[in-house]
Design a protein around this ligand. Structure first.
Ligand SMILES: [Zn+2]
Length: 323
């Protein structure tokens, strides 16, 4: 009897002995389907937060270039780059001239380095002026809000969908203004976007697997560890950390079992949570801890996401700076 066979038989015996008790096997991840075929490889690069060099930062522009080059130099090269938002350092709080300088760095590195089809998603820090002290003045500027970011990112729409290699991709805009909170935004879909999403999912063939890309996680475990979230006897997670309308979105996904995976960033942390058949992957940050090393346990990273024809994905974190 070889070792594997022995282990199989012993676990069968153990199961028999534990009859009536839920078997640990029932909780194991389903084995990968050996007949599945990879149809697409994407690199998910989120939270780059690029800005001009400063003495206390580890060369953001060079780092952004390094991450893109590293992804494109993979032996099995990605067919698609997914940029997950928070492209620049910050525009929510930052004066206009500095914001423009940040976008100049983004546009220069992006146009020099990106040699692969790319899709982009908006992040909260890409939005101009929502948290400015003199918001009334910022509001008079035509760049206010999402306008400047959309222009610099060359996005036609704030949210959209596309098909590639047998998968359907949905890109969401997570941020709505909420000036009453400390963060000046909240993560949710407005009514028009939610209606659009419901229609888009319904219009997708049930056999076509769906991937949803958002900047802010729809659902996340890491959000519980992002800052001191314990308040006395309660866990308290801000609606700016994770979609406050997660329950509504989860209920919508329940009507469409072909929604398989949701990719996000925002937290600069990594997790992998499967809930009701949907895999929620929070894929770290290209800048790690805002170009000052790690954020908690997580160094500068991007993720390689392999999409298979059976609706499964493999997600691999790549520490492109070796940290
Ligand atoms: Zn963010």
């Amino acid at each position: 009897m070889n070792r594997r066979r022995f282990l199989q038989q012993s676990s069968a015996l153990a199961l028999g002995a534990a009859a009536g008790i839920a078997s640990p096997v029932a909780f194991a991840a389903p084995p990968a389907n050996p007949a599945r075929k990879r149809v697409l490889r994407a690199a998910h690069l989120t939270d780059i937060h690029v800005r001009p060099d400063q003495p206390d930062l580890q060369h953001p522009a060079a780092g952004m270039a390094e991450a893109i080059r590293h992804a494109q130099a993979q032996a099995e090269r990605p067919d698609l780059l997914l940029f997950g938002g928070d492209c620049i350092g910050d525009a929510l709080y930052t004066p206009k001239d500095e914001v423009l300088a940040q976008w100049d760095v983004w546009n220069r590195v992006f146009s020099t380095e990106v040699k692969t089809p790319a899709k982009l998603c908006l992040g909260n820090h890409d939005i101009y002026g929502w948290a400015h002290k003199d918001r009334a003045a910022a509001e008079r500027d035509p760049a206010y809000g999402k306008t400047l970011a959309v222009e610099r990112l060359g996005m036609k729409d704030l949210y959209y969908s596309f098909d590639q290699s047998g998968w359907h991709f949905v890109v969401l805009d997570s941020m709505q203004p909420d000036y009453a909170t400390d963060h000046h935004y909240i993560a949710r879909l407005d009514e028009a976007q939610f209606a659009w999403l419901a229609h888009d999912l319904a219009a997708t063939a049930p056999a076509t697997p769906i991937c949803v890309l958002s900047h802010i996680p729809i659902f996340s475990a890491a959000a519980l560890f992002d800052g001191p979230r314990e308040r006395g006897a309660d866990w308290v997670v801000p609606g700016a950390w994770m979609h406050i309308d997660a329950r509504r979105i989860k209920d919508l996904f329940r009507q469409h079992p072909n929604v398989k995976v949701c990719l996000s960033g925002h937290l600069h942390m990594e997790d992998d949570v499967t809930y009701l058949g949907v895999r929620y992957l929070c894929n770290g940050a290209v800048c790690g801890g805002w170009w000052k090393g790690k954020h908690q346990e997580f160094g500068p990273t991007y993720a390689l996401v392999d999409f298979y024809d059976d609706g499964s994905v493999e997600n691999t974190f790549v520490r492109y700076r070796g940290e």
